[in-house]
Structures are given as structure tokens and as C-alpha cells.
Design a protein around this ligand. Structure first.
Ligand code: NAD
Length: 329
């Protein structure tokens, strides 16, 4: 058998991903790939996302290639809204990694846990690079599956002294409260206007289709990470807020088409050239926040390269720690 055939296929399970990828490794993988995207070393291919006309599911592919990190592949999956009632996660995904030197399938990696940690890592990277250093109050908007991952990663970025949170259905805030209490940070359930009046950093992680936060509620100097809007029509913040903020994103093409900026772009409130990639800030090509009064906003749309970055790290670590299964194709 040739050396190429001996390489085999790695299977990296959800449990293996949980055991080998912690928040710092997800943060590093996402920060590195955002930087690689901005240098032009990594690019995402067009996203495919379709309503399949069955089980109310949205299904699709996010794919790309990172020449610097040698990650080639795709994440396949989507959203099955009926899953929660069956005790399953609504978002289901699997990551396929290919050898960029020969095109062979290299690894199948469970994508559910990795999606949550890479999405949380994206907002955490934005907080690390854009939030005021003296930020004390963290505001959480949304209390679904992703929200606790977001909260844990965000709390590691600044010396937060309090968490204020809002959810459409306040009864669901218990999961966020439990995390804050576990980490010794006081927690309060508040209305949206109060959340904006108190918070120095706000994360939105909802499936809303209308603005939840208004420009006039936001304090000068706030950093907002808008993480929920990843589809045409979704919206979490007021267009006027986008226009008033300095806007950063993971990828401009997604920000203007499926991200939070889509509405402000459509109405002409901002132009594509008003948006900067977070990678430019990481690479030192953009200064990031310019004053303590500036409102910074990160439009986190979620790119395939984030998935490939954390999946590649998971595959490497799982092999090193004997937690990957090998099979021949
Ligand atoms: P979930 O279904 O577990 O929770 C949905 C949350 O949105 C809940 O807090 C719910 O109360 C809130 N919500 C729903 N409709 C609302 C409305 N009309 N107004 C206000 N709040 C509303 O979902 P999840 O897994 O936590 O994901 C949350 C969102 O993040 C989804 O929209 C998902 O598509 C998106 N997402 C984005 C990325 C990314 O990379 N940017 C990655 C994963 C998920």
C-alpha cells in the first residue's frame, strides 16, 4: 500500500472534540484564521443554504481553504427546529477535512460542539481587540443553546463585575444565571433599555427578525458583538445603530448579504467600504477602537473557515492524545 493510502480517514467524535478543544485553543484558531483571511491567505467559498421542504429544516454547506493553516474542507449541516423537542440540538453539523496536497478525505469531525465554541471564540476575539479595557458590565441578549458558550468565552476577556441579561422569554435566563453564578459574577435579569444603559459590552445571540436594540439606548464606548444574524432577513439591532457604530466583521461579503449589516447596506445607511474586517485589526492594519467614546460593533456572521480551523486543531490534538479513530476508505 502506498504511503498516501496509509494516511487513512480520521473520525473525531463530538466527545473527542469536547475533550481536546478548550476555549483558549478555539480562540487562537479563530484569531489566526481571521488574520489569515485578511492577509488573503485564506478564503471562504460561496455558502449554500436551502430550505429542504422537509422537517422545516435548513440545510447547507460552508467551505473554504486556508493556505497558511493548510485546512481545506466544508461544514455540512443546518437547522432542524423540531430537534429540541426530541432532546437533540437544533443545529446539527459535521466537518469534512480534505488533504490539500492530494484531495483525499482526511477527517470527519463532529461539528456541534465546535460550532458553539468557534462562534463564542469569534465574539471573544472581537471583545479582546475592540472592547474598552475598563469594561465592567457584560450584557447578554438571547438565552438559547449558543448563549452559555458566548458568556463563558466573553467573561474571560475583561474583568467583568456583573452580567445583565434579557431574553424574549425571561424564564429561559436560568442557564445564563447558572454560568454567571458558577463563575462568581453577579447576574441580573433586566429589560433591554436597562441592559444597554448598564452594559459596556453586549452580545446578541438570538434568531430575531426585527431590531431588539435601539441606537438611542446605547452608551458611548460600548462594544456590541452581533452574533445571531446569519441569514437573509434576520436582524438584532437598529439600522441607525449600525450607521453610528464603527463596524467590523469576520467577512465583508457575508456581513453585507446575510449578516447584521445587510439592512443598513440595503437602505444606504452605510456603504460596504464602511466595514472593516476584524482580521485587519488583528494584523495591525487597522487601529481598531480609536477612542473611549466610540461605539464598536462586530458583525459575526460565522464563516466556514472558522469551522475548518477548530476542526483541524481538534483532529491534530485528537491524534496526539489517542482520541481519534482511524479507518481506511
Ligand atoms: P436557539 O434556538 O437555541 O435560541 C434562539 C434564541 O433566540 C433564544 O434566546 C430565543 O428566545 C431568541 N429568539 C428567537 N426569536 C426571537 C425574536 N423574534 N426576538 C427575540 N429573541 C428571539 O438558537 P441558538 O443555537 O442559541 O442560536 C442563536 C442564533 O445564533 C440563531 O439565529 C443561529 O442561527 C445563530 N448562530 C450564529 C452563528 C454565527 O456564527 N454567527 C453560529 C451559530 C448560530
Amino acid at each position: 500500500m502506498s504511503e498516501e493510502n496509509n494516511e487513512g480517514l480520521l473520525i473525531v467524535s463530538e466527545d473527542a472534540c469536547k475533550s481536546v478543544i478548550d476555549r483558549p485553543s478555539a480562540f487562537k484558531a479563530v484569531e489566526n484564521v481571521f488574520a489569515a483571511m485578511s492577509r488573503g491567505d485564506a478564503y471562504n467559498f460561496p455558502v449554500i443554504r436551502e430550505a429542504i421542504g422537509y422537517a422545516d429544516a435548513l440545510y447547507g454547506f460552508k467551505s473554504g481553504f486556508d493556505r497558511a493553516g493548510k485546512s481545506l474542507g466544508l461544514k455540512s449541516g443546518g437547522y432542524w427546529p423540531g430537534n429540541a423537542a426530541k432532546g437533540l440540538t437544533n443545529h446539527q453539523s459535521t466537518i469534512f477535512l480534505f488533504n490539500p496536497d492530494n484531495g483525499k478525505l482526511r477527517a470527519l469531525v463532529g461539528g456541534n460542539y465546535l460550532t458553539a465554541v468557534r462562534t463564542a471564540a469569534a465574539s471573544a476575539v472581537s471583545i479582546a481587540h475592540l472592547a474598552r479595557k475598563d469594561s465592567k458590565v457584560l450584557g447578554m441578549v438571547g438565552a438559547g443553546h449558543q448563549s452559555t458558550f458566548q458568556l463563558r468565552a466573553a467573561l474571560e476577556q475583561r474583568n467583568f463585575e456583573k452580567v445583565v441579561a434579557w431574553n424574549k422569554d425571561a424564564d429561559r435566563l436560568g442557564n445564563l444565571q447558572a454560568v454567571a453564578e458558577e463563575l462568581g459574577v453577579p447576574f441580573e435579569s433586566v429589560e433591554r433599555e436597562q441592559l444597554c444603559a448598564e452594559a459596556d459590552v453586549i452580545i446578541t445571540i438570538t434568531s430575531a427578525f426585527e431590531p431588539l436594540l435601539m441606537k438611542e439606548w446605547i452608551k458611548p464606548g460600548t462594544h456590541i458583538a452581533c452574533m445571531g444574524t446569519d441569514t437573509v432577513g434576520k436582524q438584532e439591532v437598529d439600522e441607525a445603530l449600525i450607521a453610528a457604530a464603527t463596524v467590523f466583521t469576520d467577512e465583508i461579503a457575508q456581513s453585507i448579504s446575510i449578516g447584521e449589516a445587510q439592512h443598513a447596506i440595503k437602505s444606504g445607511a452605510i456603504k460596504e467600504s464602511d466595514i472593516t474586517t476584524l482580521g485587519d485589526v488583528i494584523n495591525g492594519d487597522h487601529p481598531g477602537r480609536s477612542s473611549d467614546d466610540e461605539i464598536t460593533l462586530f458583525d459575526g456572521t460565522g464563516v466556514g473557515l472558522q469551522d475548518l480551523a477548530v476542526a483541524s486543531a481538534a483532529a491534530k490534538l485528537a491524534v496526539e492524545k489517542g482520541q481519534a479513530q482511524h479507518i481506511s476508505l
